[in-house]
Write a protein that binds this ligand. Structure first.
Ligand SMILES: *Cc1c(COP(=O)(O)O)cnc(C)c1O
Length: 370
């Protein structure tokens, strides 16, 4: 029995740079500062610079980042916010948290993402904001969606939780919207060792509002000029994230090499749909997702060979009970995507030899040999 190919291995990520993470830990423990201190300040400056933005604001997690962005933009009850049908549920929950109504858009043809045409078709006079998700690390038609939002006076908030470092026509993801939200959940391309998130923006007033809102509506201690929440990125996670950020481009390079290897091996696999990369897109491959009509059999065949895969996501968000009222009557594009999609292992814990092994197993299944 060959060794397993794990889908994710955070222990391995830690071990690869153990001395640096341990030094970060030591530094924070010796500093006696735990919340809103120098590590967060440094990480915010480094993360803003990484994306070419004026401001980064660290918060408790990605869901809070999305919800806080909508709140400071004044989105509330009666407002409609355009969201993808096919995404992680957090995108929709953030809309609901401000009392607004999510309006789903189906994935565009040949893509896992929404596009500007789909957004335009979903707009009503109540639409106030658009939240494209750069799913799996692939840009979601950001230039065209930005143009549409400008024309229609809509807030553009990017859900970049899976797309740290992605680009579209040379422009950094996270700079298309007035704000972009990131998650640093451990499994994300830029992951902490606990929960964490951030917002980026070029808008000074929004940045000030976000900084106050994450900290009880307070810019000065015990002075509360607005309503707020408690959602802060703590010093330990900020220190760990600084280490991981310094490795991000190298890790992204590994992901790109692995994705290219999959594409090369699997281009001719019968019945398998590979992820398309439109001209001008530079995805960061948070996930490498293929489609097959016998997806469950493919997953079982891989499992029997010690290869771990996952399904992102098993259902469109409107098929879950909290959002059932938003479900379309018939079978949707997102339903089909969710029935056929399979995420193959990818990431800096794997070697190209691991990728070859997975690709061979997938190809054998597609040829009817498994
Ligand atoms: C992970 C994720 C989130 C939420 O991030 P958390 O840090 O887990 O709260 C939001 N949107 C998308 C697309 C995600 O993948």
């Amino acid at each position: 029995m060959k060794t397993d190919v794990k889908f994710l291995d955070l222990q391995a990520i830690y071990r690869q740079d153990q001395a640096a993470y341990d030094a970060a830990y030591r530094r924070v423990m010796d500093s006696g500062r735990w919340i809103l201190g120098p590590e967060l300040e440094a990480f915010e400056a480094e993360f803003a610079a990484y994306g070419g933005r004026r401001h980064a604001i660290g918060v408790g997690n990605g869901l809070d980042a999305l919800a806080l962005a909508l709140q400071v933009a004044g989105i509330g009850p009666g407002d409609e916010v355009i969201v993808p049908a096919h995404t992680f549920i957090a995108t929709w929950l953030a809309v609901r948290q401000c009392g607004a109504t999510p309006v789903p858009v189906e994935p565009a043809a040949g893509s896992y993402n929404i596009d500007a045409a789909g957004v335009a078709a979903a707009l009503t006079p109540r639409a106030r904001a658009v939240m494209p998700v750069h799913l799996y690390g692939a840009p979601a038609d950001p230039a065209a969606i930005r143009a549409l939002c400008a024309e229609r006076g809509l807030l553009l908030l990017e859900d970049a939780a899976q797309a740290h470092g992605a680009r579209h026509r040379g422009e950094a993801i996270g700079g298309f919207g007035r704000m972009a939200a990131y998650s640093f959940y451990p499994g994300k391309n830029l992951g902490a060792f606990g929960d964490a998130g951030a917002l980026v923006t070029d808008d000074d007033a929004l940045a000030t509002a976000l900084r106050a809102r994450r900290n009880y509506g307070s810019a000065v201690r015990y002075q509360h000029d607005s309503e707020g929440v408690n959602s802060r990125l703590d010093e330990l996670q900020a220190a760990f994230l600084r280490v991981r950020l310094a490795r991000l481009d190298a890790h992204t390079g590994q992901r790109r090499a692995q994705a290219a290897r999959y594409a090369e091996h699997l281009a001719a696999a019968p019945g398998l749909l590979l992820p398309a990369v439109p001209d001008g897109d530079e995805p960061v491959w948070h996930l490498f997702v293929v489609r097959h009509t016998r997806r469950d059999d493919l997953q079982a065949a891989l499992k029997s060979q010690g290869i771990e895969t996952l399904i992102h996501y098993p259902k469109p968000v409107y098929r879950f009970p909290p959002f059932a009222a938003h479900a379309p009557a018939g079978r949707s594009v997102a339903d089909t995507v969710c029935d056929e999609a399979l995420s193959l292992p990818i990431g800096p814990h794997l070697t190209l030899a691991d990728i070859d092994r997975v690709a061979e197993a997938v190809a054998a299944f597609c040829r009817g040999g498994a």
